[in-house]
Write a protein that binds this ligand. Structure first.
Ligand code: GLN
Length: 496
């Protein structure tokens, strides 16, 4: 495998393709062959875009031959299946959209293709991005490439598994309450959620519109930075996209943390997570200090209300957003004697149990008589959480904490919805506050009942629009610790 381009990082592939020592066509053929070999076992992709990938490779090679330089020349890209790509099935992991073909391409994807990416395929996900393990997909099972008996995380688990299993060099996902950061932590990747509004949501199937944000997965910080730089920035097609110049990041990565104050959150003490995990985070904080950072204790007193707040706001928005799937305009229709009956049958057959639960909770929370008690109070709590972060950032530049409370768990381990919701404990507060945050590999633990080490993620979070110092610091930490390189995915098992 090491003689083929598939194990190379995006930055290396782009360098080689721009230098014409490697063609996009070669990368693409190697990647498609690798996907054929491993994806039966991993299950990253719902649709492999063979024709589009080959056509894109030919276009990239022609542009390079004509003298252009492209920041992501020939870089294989995995796209979460809630993002539209013209002419491709775009399912959101749901039966209701199982056969729906997108008539246009999401801005984020279009920008990455323009920058030279090769679209390898559309990746599995929890239905409508609701979940933390990919087990809520109605259309397929995705396995963690580091232990096939474990989940890849969710909801963007397919994109994470694809990058971890070398079935793409980079991936994109959407993060509403942790759906990039948690699977990145589970799959030994860097996963980055930019500031809300930084990457256009045009062409992203909406879950909770005040929280949804597209971001990259990479095996390195640099790859995430290149991807973010290429897809970020204002888009008039998304009214929530921020009209403010993008601060690019890839040229500003650092190798130390001198002068950086990093907040360690008092309320996020890791001692309750078990000795082994506690030790991983204690070491991570020591490493930040050894790189020159000053550690300061900060408080997020209302962060503990994040889960309850999120699980009102997100379902409320989802109940409204998903009203459009009624059998009339998009996807599945199950006919009945009258139109109401048709709506009911379509939605009963098309949505899975978690999506139905969220629609019910959201509809209830928004209904007359309950609106003030639930939705309005949740919005007030959201403001308090954002104010907590503002106060904390008065005394620090970045905040460090876990990305998830455990490594990847086994299939069917979370039998009730609440235990699955708890997986988002550390990622939701940042989402509610709209802040940029990422997960970066920070160590390995062997989970109880497991027989091999699994990766853990350190979450770093920055003030609004501080993507540049955030990625710069993450790069310094990555270069010093190199945790991601300590173990390989179990691909030998996969390919035999
Ligand atoms: N796990 C969370 C949920 O189920 C977050 C999902 C996400 O970020 N899309 O809502």
């Amino acid at each position: 495998m090491s003689n083929t381009p598939i194990e190379r990082n995006a930055a290396q592939i782009a360098r080689d393709v721009n230098a014409r020592t490697l063609s996009a066509a070669e990368v693409t053929e190697a990647m498609l062959a690798h996907v054929d070999a491993v994806d039966v076992a991993v299950g990253s992709y719902l649709t492999v875009l063979r024709d589009q990938a080959r056509q894109a490779a030919a276009r990239v090679d022609a542009r390079i031959a004509a003298g252009e330089r492209l920041p992501l020349a020939g870089v294989p890209l995995a796209v979460k299946d809630n993002m539209c790509v013209t002419g491709t099935r775009t399912t959101a992991g749901s039966k209701i959209l199982e056969h729906w073909v997108a008539p246009y391409t999401a801005t984020a994807v279009a920008r990455l293709l323009e920058a030279g990416c090769i679209p390898v395929g559309k990746t599995n996900m929890d239905e409508f991005a609701m979940g933390s393990s990919c087990e809520n997909s109605a259309l397929g099972v995705t396995r963690n490439p580091y232990d096939l008996s474990r989940v890849p995380g969710g909801s963007s688990g397919g994109s994470a598994a694809a990058v971890a299993a070398y079935e793409a060099a980079i991936g994109i996902g959407s993060d509403t309450g942790g759906s990039i950061r948690e699977p990145a932590a589970f799959c030994n990747l860097v996963g980055f959620k930019p500031t809300y509004g930084r990457v256009s949501r045009y062409g992203l199937i909406a879950f909770a519109s005040s929280l949804d944000q597209i971001g990259p997965f990479g095996r390195t910080v640099e790859d995430c930075a290149l991807t973010y730089d290429a897809m970020g920035g204002h888009d008039p097609m998304d009214s929530t996209s921020i009209d403010r110049p993008l601060e690019t990041t890839a040229a500003h990565l650092r190798s130390d943390l001198s002068g950086v104050r990093i907040g360690i959150v008092k309320q996020f003490a890791t001692s309750a997570l078990g000795a082994e995990i506690d030790a991983v985070y204690a070491q991570a904080y020591r490493d930040l200090k050894a790189l020159g950072a000053t550690l300061v204790e900060v408080e997020l007193p209302t962060a503990d209300h994040g889960l309850a707040t999120y699980y009102l706001i997100a379902p409320a928005e989802c109940s409204s957003n998903l009203a459009r799937f009624d059998g009339v305009r998009y996807g599945l229709r199950v006919d009945g004697p009258d139109v109401n009956d048709m709506y009911e049958r379509t939605r009963a057959a098309g949505f899975g149990p978690e999506v139905k639960r969220r629609i019910l909770i959201g509809t209830y929370a928004l209904s007359t008589g309950y609106y003030d008690a639930y939705y309005v109070r949740a919005q007030k709590a959201r403001t308090l959480i954002a104010q907590d972060f503002e106060r904390a950032f008065a005394s620090c530049d970045l905040i460090a904490c876990p990305a998830a409370s455990s490594p990847a768990f086994q299939f069917n381990a979370k039998s009730d919805p609440y235990s699955m919701y708890l997986m988002d404990y550390y990622t939701i507060p940042m989402s509610l506050a709209g802040l940029p945050a990422l997960s970066i590999p920070c160590g390995w633990v062997t989970p109880p009942g497991g027989d091999r080490p699994m990766p853990m993620g350190l979450q770093l979070c920055a003030p609004l629009f501080a993507e540049r110092p955030l990625l710069a610091a993450a790069h310094a930490y990555e270069q010093k610790t190199k945790h991601a390189l300590k173990h390989k995915p179990t691909l030998t098992e996969v390919v035999g």
